[in-house]
Design a protein around this ligand. Structure first.
Ligand code: 6R9
Length: 646
């Protein structure tokens, strides 16, 4: 029997959801025909200190300028915290679930207010002013949310660096945005293992004298080094200051945060998001996509080090006055039932995770899922990479007991919020398809020459007009912003993703068409990994590609050419793997390293990655046009050694 390929919206879901099919169609149509009117209305969902009179002022041409609600003033921390105090001060804002199942906490909106105000006052006491950058390098503890909101409160721009990044990666990100202050913890705790966060900060700061203060949260109480004058305990400093703080008045276009993300070339870029449009978009998508209603318990399993954690653990849910669950641990600790146990423990209604986690848990069979109830679940979400239909069907049938719609949400760090997704009450689902655009989003499929493709087709995914959550620039490098996103297809935002559109207008994201790879939902630039490899004294040249990987979606495949006279030993292979982990972080660990006496190049010296991708994927028969190769023997050698490895 073949698997079902269409899951229509059920009547009960449609009846209780914010929008049904007819309403989606009407709202979508208004949103693209009259963006001013549509967003002018929906912009009011947040509090403004002084209201905007201009709604949209955007251009994808020339210098590219994106401004939303530009003359309004507001503050994100006020919207996520203060404005809820009157109506829901005693409601839980954050449920924190520790790595250890015996540890959890409930933080009310009133408590959140005090925590955020105190930290805001500490930041001010340390000399942080509006527009200054603050780097946050924290584990998944409530202090991460306090830190984000405290920065927003005083008008500082936060830059969160994922705790899995190495001291070198942290250093690059601190220096690029010239942070003066870093907020970290003594150690993180994941799956029972300690992560030496403070030690990593110490190492990063050896070369970054611009950082004058480090605020340290005591998480494990482990031994750490201390630099008098620079390092301060979070608990001591927050106890010294007042429990109240007036939020800074921010322009809608004042920056809120920088988040570094990998692209196809060069070092990671600082994606810059601003205040008003970002918050309106994060909050609105959170409400409609997850069909969030007052009282729901909502859980997104991402880390705040990624954009999903920014928009859908902290900003979107808190702007909506939701109860958001923050999980410190990992899916398989202490057992592979952990996710489902947490769902039962906290009666989670809405659950949002990544395909890589679903695939890993699927491998463990139904048993660990079925021994839990999950009766509280109403809706499931997926993000980070294409979800294969097999994993979708398992998520739907086993985790959701066939009851819960799945929202497969396609978006990017750059987009600030979800762009293509089902709305649970309006759009029937096809496993593997992100389905249709959210309000205000106009996707377009073009071929490599930029010709617009209509109807059922396949090509490069572009977005033709702005939406409020869109990034505004690359921090410190507007030219790179224009080059990266608006020059491939003039006048359009190019996503870097390929897609197929079917006869029903549904979008199926097929993955990156550039040199970005997606490993377990984490974005990595092949160029970054290559430059880490060639930094090793024995390596002459390296080319990195993604290849299909059962659990991770894509694995990292590195072709390495050694310097003359170096022996390609098993020991050196291991050394290179460790080297890359140290240079970038464990998420960039190469899965396979193949010794390559030569790399396939064009006569002008360009590495032909297309061929390397095929060899890595074991698709030796489909290498395509090899006529431009400078030396065809190179390919022959690589294929035979790949085949020998199986
Ligand atoms: C939110 C986030 C963005 C890239 C994006 C695409 C892939 C994300 C997806 C998806 C297919 C989905 N991606 N969600 N592909 N279906 N539902 O993940 O941001 O880390 O910047 O990655 O992830 O390739 O271009 P980010």
């Amino acid at each position: 029997m073949s698997s079902p390929t269409f899951f229509p919206v059920t009547e009960d879901v449609a009846a209780s959801a914010w929008v049904d099919e007819a309403k989606y169609k009407a709202m979508y149509e208004q949103s693209v025909k009259d963006p001013e009117g549509f967003w002018g209305e929906h912009g009011k969902r947040i509090d403004w200190f002084s209201p905007y009179t201009k709604v949209k002022n955007t251009s994808f041409e020339g210098d590219v300028s994106i401004r939303w609600f530009e003359d309004g003033t507001t503050n994100v921390s006020h919207n996520c915290v203060d404005r809820h105090l009157a109506t829901r001060g005693d409601q839980t804002a954050i449920i924190w679930e520790g790595d250890n199942p015996a540890e959890s906490a409930h933080i009310t909106y009133r408590e959140l207010h005090e925590k955020v105000c105190r930290l805001a006052n500490v930041l001010k006491a340390q000399g942080v002013k509006k527009g200054d950058r603050v780097t946050i390098y924290l584990p998944m503890i409530p202090e991460a949310a306090y830190a984000m909101l405290a920065c927003a409160r005083v008008g500082a721009i936060h830059s969160i660096v994922f705790g899995g990044f190495s001291p070198d990666s942290l250093y690059d990100r601190i220096v690029d945005c010239e942070s003066k202050l870093v907020i970290t913890a003594d150690e993180g705790l994941r799956g029972g293992r300690k992560v030496p966060l403070k030690a990593n900060v110490d190492k990063a700061l050896e070369k970054a004298p611009g950082v004058t203060s480090v605020i340290v949260v005591k998480r494990t109480g482990g031994d750490i080094a201390w630099k008098e004058g620079r390092d301060h305990w979070y608990h001591e400093e927050t106890a010294k200051v007042a429990a109240d703080n007036a939020p800074e008045v921010m322009g809608a276009e004042d920056p809120l945060f920088i988040l570094y993300t990998s692209g196809s070339t060069g070092k990671p870029k600082g994606v810059l998001h601003t205040t008003g449009g970002y918050l309106v978009y994060a909050a609105m998508t959170h409400q409609y996509v997850f069909d969030y209603h007052d009282g729901d318990i909502y859980w997104c399993t991402a880390d705040v080090g990624w954009v999903t954690g920014h928009s859908y653990i902290v900003y979107g849910p808190l702007a909506n006055g939701a109860t958001t669950l923050m999980f410190e641990g990992i899916p398989n600790y202490p057992s592979v039932s952990r996710f489902w146990e947490v769902i039962d423990k906290h009666k989670v209604n809405i659950f949002y995770t990544a395909p890589t986690a679903i695939r890993a848990l699927m491998r463990e069979g139904e048993g660990p899922v079925k021994k839990t109830s999950r009766a509280s679940l109403r809706l499931l979400g997926s993000v980070g990479e294409p979800i294969n239909p097999e994993a979708w069907l398992w998520y739907h049938g086993v985790v959701g007991d066939g009851r819960c719609p799945i929202v497969d949400t396609w978006w990017q760090t750059e987009t600030g919020g979800i762009l293509i997704t089902p709305l649970p009450g309006a759009i029937g689902q096809k496993p593997g398809s992100a389905t249709l655009p959210f309000f205000g989003v106009q996707p377009q499929v073009v071929d490599n020459e930029g010709t617009i493709l209509e109807g059922a087709t396949e090509g490069n995914l572009c977005i033709v007009d702005s939406w409020p959550g869109q990034m505004r620039t690359v921090f410190g490098d507007h030219e790179r912003f224009i080059q990266t996103y608006f020059s491939t297809f003039k006048g359009k935002y190019f996503t870097g993703d390929g897609c197929r559109r079917d006869e029903d207008g549904y979008y199926w994201i097929t993955g990156r068409v550039d040199d970005v790879i997606n490993v377990s939902g984490h974005r990595l630039g092949t160029a970054e990994i290559e430059s880490a490899l060639v930094a090793h004294p024995k390596v002459a040249e390296a080319a990195v590609v993604g290849y299909p990987h059962d659990l991770k979606g894509q694995g990292i495949y590195a072709y390495v050419t050694l310097n003359a006279g170096e022996d390609p030993t098993e020991e050196l292979r291991k050394e290179l793997v460790t080297w890359v982990r140290k240079e970038i972080g464990p998420i960039a660990t190469p899965d396979l390293i193949q010794w390559a006496p030569g790399l396939p190049k064009t006569r002008s010296g360009k590495i032909m990655r297309r061929i390397l991708r095929k060899i890595a994927a074991n698709e030796h028969e489909a290498l395509g046009d090899t006529s431009t190769l400078a030396d065809p023997n190179v390919v022959h050698d690589l294929v035979s050694s790949r085949m020998n490895r199986g």
